[in-house]
Design a protein around this ligand. Sequence first.
Ligand code: HEC
Ligand code: HEC
Length: 418
Amino acid sequence: MRIALLACVVGAALIAAACGGGDNDSSQSQSASAPGGASAPNATPPLSLAAQVGAKMFFDKTLSGSGAISCATCHSPDFAYGPPNGLAVQLGGVDDNTPGVRAVPSLRYKEFTPAYADLADNPDGVTPPGPGGGFTWDGRVSTLADQAKIPLLSTFEMANSSPDAVVNAIKVGPYGALFKQAFGNNAFDDPANAFNLAVSALQKYQQEDPDFHPYTSKFDVLRHNRGNYLTAQEMHGLQLFNDENKGNCIACHLSGNAAGGSVAPFTDYSFEAVAVPRNMDIPANADATHFDMGLCQAAETGHTPANSAKFCGMFKTPTLRNVATRQTFFHNGVFHTLRDVVEFYNKRDTNPELFYSKASDGSVNIYDDLPAQYQPNIDMTVPVVHTRGAAPSMTEQDVDDLVAFLGTLTDGFQPPAK
Ligand code: HEC
Ligand code: HEC
């Protein structure tokens, strides 16, 4: 989260070049050679053999215990590699009917995600170091390869019985020969090593295929100085997004400055407690004592609620690129329209009764998805106005305009022919 004003990103004409940004800031890139935003779309090199294996795996349903789902089932290419439906959590498992516990993130624009650190440098260049980086909502894995192991083996996702089962499915399947071509004739001999090669192939696919980082939104046309096709409403939405007295979204959803570069990731990879409402559509939440508290429960990064109480309730700030293609929002999928999300950001504290559950006496259970002792962790950057019953910082029209701006972050914009 940014704490100080950034002169070069405020204002309507958000042109990253004016701030001297480079496209590849290697200090925040886990792989400086990963495809960034700079290369022309038609200059794309062909996928390496390893990435070709990864592409096959990504769509291969035989890599699931049920035989019914692949990575693409939850991360649909038609929805920016996010979920293709409005379910809060997707179904998986050996019966293909076991609900997950979190909403599916988009897999686009992950190429500059740094590994998790409690004291990560913030790419905005002004905010003091804080928790940031890593994959999944709680940052618990550092590479796309290690990340792929989770769904392949999770009992509620692809539910393979073991790494060997995954390797065997590849070996006997139609691209077993391609796997050997990519990794050597002995590649299957040691199954543990073969599993590592397989997940490295998934990583390479996501890094190399430009469809995971196309940078073809209307906003990208603007930031590359190739013309401003934003409507007046969208331009006003951009102003609200940047205005620290209105939306102040830029405080975490970094849209571009010197250190963030012209990549404009729309995240600073930081962890924040936004206090989204509890979602009773997640079956695990039927247990009133169960709380998904994100970062402080990520044992892989050494956290427990006891040793990291200050991190409870925090989740990774996601990119907002392609967010308008989603039908379910936040780590628990509690909202289903972007307008509801922006309303929540605007009125969380002025009108909490609109969002949170009610106690038996009719009072509002504000911040109802985080135990009271952790509520001091909640971020007060948004909303801007915190007084119950006061006017929020944005009007209804402002909310509509901000939603319209978020639509300009969807890839595939074609400027009208001259
Ligand atoms: C059943 C649905 C499902 C399937 C199948 C699935 N995922 Fe996911 N994926 C998720 C969910 C849910 C998360 C968020 C998990 C969390 O935060 O704990 C996620 C997170 C991720 C992330 C982290 C993204 C980020 O923003 O940090 C990556 C990368 C990823 N998945 C890749 C894959 C790959 C590769 C496969 C196939 C091997 C796959 N997924 C299969 C549901 C799925
Ligand atoms: C204090 C940092 C911060 C600020 C300021 C902020 N956000 Fe977020 N945003 C987050 C975090 C963290 C999440 C994930 C929270 C969660 O799921 O619990 C998130 C999630 C979202 C999502 C859901 C995306 C998805 O893939 O599910 C949208 C949409 C969004 N923010 C839009 C906005 C807008 C619009 C503004 C300004 C009105 C804003 N944010 C201000 C940190 C912030």
